[in-house]
Design a protein around this ligand. Sequence first.
Ligand code: AMP
Length: 187
Amino acid sequence: MAKAPGLIFLGPPGSGKGTQAQYLSQQLQIPHISTGEMLRSAIAEATSLGQQAQSYVERGELVPDELLLDLIREQLGQPKAQQGWILDGFPRNVTQAAFLDELLDLLNHFSQQAINLEVPDEVLIERLLLRGRQDDTKETIRRRLEVYRQQTQPVIEYYDQQGRLYSVDGNRVLAEVTSSLQQVVAV
Ligand code: AMP
């Protein structure tokens, strides 16, 4: 099978990973799979997933793993994901990362790179308050950053230990970050 990129976007809320992931997905013509987006539309449509996830998202907590695993399995198994994909917002903890590795082994998927966008906390808070999404209140932001440090930071170490981690300075203008990401993807 030809090597196609499987890109895993890590980085705290407000790091710009959604925006960058969307841009790269258009450029590389591979699907952008955002668990946050999927959850927000499930909540808006009041599906069973949405109803189960809503209170967690509103509080800035992670949604229970079992609600997401089928969703990821389905997304990565679809025909258009066979040439590559960008995961944005998954994995968020080590259990999800281990699940993803097993799944990708099974699906015989290409090389994966984990990309961490680094942005200082004070910049993140400023950006999130400006963005003003429903879960971007001061209290929820604080909780989401805490959850990120506690549960998602170990995922960064997980990929680092496997030599699959690329860190990019996300505290720059959009185009500069994009250009660094393009260099990483071309590696
Ligand atoms: P995001 O748009 O990636 O910032 O995600 C928004 C919210 O959706 C998070 O604060 C979590 O409540 C939930 N969420 C998104 N992705 C995941 C995931 N992989 N595991 C658990 N919860 C998630």
